[in-house]
Design a binder for this molecule. Structure first.
Ligand SMILES: C[S@@+](CC[C@H](N)C(=O)[O-])C[C@H]1O[C@@H](n2cnc3c(N)ncnc32)[C@H](O)[C@@H]1O
Length: 269
């Protein structure tokens, strides 16, 4: 046991973070929470975890900073290519039939981290949507630091692996040390702060991507999040979760769909 984070304090913070965000800490990742708390105390020049607890329970901004600091933001462009193949070859062709009246597709990248996922979706849609159709990608996260990177749309050379050469020349401007997403792509992506613990208020979405986010939640928080997605989605719409995640055993109303490219979920009614 550590001198800094007692079992009682671990319990206190573990519960608070879970109640605020659904993010679950256990014995295995306790040390991550401990190091983040140490950083926050140092930053705020506080002596004890109880003082810091009193601060975050009255200061929403500091609470947001703590939540931001405990997130894992690993991502990359075209992460799990099979999902984008399924999007191109199965989901979008079906939506083009289903949404003839609206001629618009609305996608949500929930837990978008630094923007690689929503920009990948936007570039793909820009490539494949027929003339006369439009689309919108809403990108949300609980990490304000990540959202700032996403809004900026500048990616260092080390972070652009996985982007096909043709996309790189078409959708990015080369800048010293990296690549800048062009305005023509950015205009279709809207970044927004949103905590998946709450209802986003969105309705009628055609596709939701929530990949590699649910793994940080326990089963109850996963189920509640999936239920909120159901409410936010249009009848006959699609949900992608991470390839190591599953709704198996969760008793949801989503139908499991297996295609040649990837598996995903469908809201039928
Ligand atoms: C590992 S990243 C995944 C990024 C991207 N979806 C991908 O698959 O590459 C997980 C993201 O989920 C976000 N996240 C975790 N809990 C959240 C919550 N309660 N509400 C919104 N976003 C959350 C984190 O801030 C982080 O950026």
């Amino acid at each position: 046991m550590s001198d800094f984070l007692s079992d009682a304090d671990f319990e206190l913070y573990r519960k608070l973070i879970y109640d605020e965000s659904g993010i679950t800490f256990s014995a295995t990742n306790r040390s991550i929470l401990e190091s983040r708390l140490k950083e926050r105390l140092r930053e705020k020049k506080l002596e004890s975890l109880r003082e810091y607890y009193a601060l975050i329970t009255r200061d929403r901004e500091e609470m947001k900073t703590l939540l931001d600091s405990v997130t894992t933001n690993l991502t990359r462009f075209f992460r799990n290519q099979a999902h984008f193949d399924a999007m191109e070859k199965a989901v979008v062709p079906e939506l083009l039939k289903l949404r003839q009246a609206e001629r618009k597709i609305r996608v949500w990248s929930a837990g978008c981290s630094t923007g690689e996922e929503p920009y990948t979706i936007a570039m793909l849609l820009q490539e494949i949507m027929p003339a006369g159709w439009s689309f919108e990608v809403v990108a949300s996260d609980i990490s304000l630091k990540c959202l700032m990177v996403g809004k900026e749309g500048f990616y260092a050379d080390s972070r652009i692996q996985g982007i096909p050469e043709s996309y790189l020349t078409k959708y990015f401007d080369k800048k010293p040390g990296g690549h800048q997403v062009k305005d023509a792509v950015k205009k279709n992506v809207r970044f927004d702060y949103h905590n998946l613990k709450n209802d986003s208020g969105q309705r009628g979405l055609d596709v939701v991507f929530c990949r590699n986010v649910l793994i940080y939640f326990d089963e109850a928080a996963q189920k509640a999040t999936i239920e909120r997605f159901w409410e936010a989605m249009a009848p006959k719409s699609f949900l992608f979760i991470g390839h190591s995640e599953s709704l198996f055993g969760m008793n949801t109303r989503f139908e499991f769909v297996k295609t040649d490219w990837a598996t995903f979920y469908r809201k039928n009614s």
